[in-house]
Design a protein around this ligand. Structure first.
Ligand SMILES: [Cu+2]
Length: 81
């Protein structure tokens, strides 16, 4: 893995995907363990668009998608159906 200290370029009109083995966020220096099934807040910082706080659901290590909590907020989990 290679750190991207200057951030990730998000070209206008294109999709940038974060996934295992590709671009991903790595959480370091956590103050407490992550518990599967719970969630934590994460602040994304954009150069031109300010910051956005999101809730990150904690899934198992082999999960490819966020867990569906039934609230219908996770729109990406049903792509391709
Ligand atoms: Cu990494």
């Amino acid at each position: 893995m290679r750190e991207v200290p200057d951030g990730v370029l998000l070209p206008a009109g294109e999709t940038v995907t974060f996934e295992p083995s590709g671009l991903h966020l790595m959480l370091v220096g956590l103050n407490q363990p992550l518990v599967e099934g719970e969630a934590f807040p994460l602040t994304l910082q954009f150069e031109h668009a300010g910051t956005i706080e999101i809730e990150v659901p904690i899934a198992g290590i082999a999960a490819r998608e966020a867990p569906d909590d039934g609230a219908g907020r996770n729109g990406s989990s049903h792509e391709g159906h």
